[in-house]
Design a protein around this ligand. Sequence first.
Ligand SMILES: [Zn+2]
Length: 410
Amino acid sequence: MASGASTVHGLRRRNRARVLWDLYLNGPGSRQRIGSAAGVSPGTVSNVLGGLMEEGLVLESGLVPSAGGRPSSIVQVNPAYGYVIGVDVGESSVLVELFDLAMGVCATNRSLTELTQLSPADVVTQVAGGVHAVLADAQVAESDVLGVGIGVPGLVEHSPLAVVHGQSVGWDAVPLEALLREQIALPLAVGNGAKLLGQAEHWFGAARGEADVVIVLIGQGVGASIITGGSADLGPMSSAGEWGHTAVSIDGRICRCGARGCLEAYVGAGAILQRYEELHGMPARTGDLERRTDELLARVDIDPEVAEVVDESVRYLGAGIANLVNVFSPRRVVLGGWLGRQLAELRMPEIHAAAERNALRTPFRDVTLLRAELGADAVALGAATLPVSRFLSSGGDREAVLGATATSTA
Ligand SMILES: [Zn+2]
């Protein structure tokens, strides 16, 4: 049974968490806005903000005129209070970024890799090297870092340390977090890269402010970040979706994962290039997949053969989006990832029409399709939301976060 003291402590922590989440997701604001958004009384807001200001976590950043005459002050999270690091373990590079608490980028380190050929031990060395490099670049002490979030391709299992199952890149139950902990002393949190890109889009991009939203991520791989009932109250809840490996054709084209007929085998960048090469007897060209795809898509308006391949992808993409709409009833579907954003720019009306043809009328009626605002390089930003999220939910308890050894459940 909880003692009176721990109940009071818990209530205080929850109120601080509510105020911090509101300031974080809704930006600087007046005490009045914070109180109504966070659902706490004016007295509690003043009390909580007083404590947060004393600790330097929140600061006053201006005044707004108020109806009563006396202007009221605007408060915001202090960007300089602490730092977080976001890591994107991508299929062609490891990107490490250091952010202040307002998610301003302070330093960046990118090292090239080819994950299909790279051992987990090499990735760990690159991540650790990148973390030390950004701290040295920005002259930030390790003790000022609230945590490191790492986005990886594949499914992340927390048991309790993060284990990565990246079937398409040949990672089978890699104990990534345990390996990272041998080289990095900071609090760590590992999550699926596609899901984290979705989280970045939800916090800062086209999915902002919507509680029921699906963010579709298309690049070489295809995934979806599904957010249902997300609220700024305790932070958005989201679940990962290996949407790219749902079947859209029985006994269809072979997928990177080994199965047949996956959505990724029709709408992923590799699939689009391969389809074009098959149809037109072109030899497989070498070079960066993204650049080759960009070159192909640049010809879509002048080359009917390219248009044919893109239009076929769009039909499968529409069917895939319809499946998501029928299952999750989102209010918004955001098309992201480097290829997803391009397809949205080139073919949004056709994607919408293809989804509409395949979806049930009722859930689809309420859906808005949007192009993502953030680029694919926002995986590191999304990864950095993991330690931020943990910090906000702790009510801004630095000691608790820095002492944490439990893994994130993200
Ligand atoms: Zn597959």
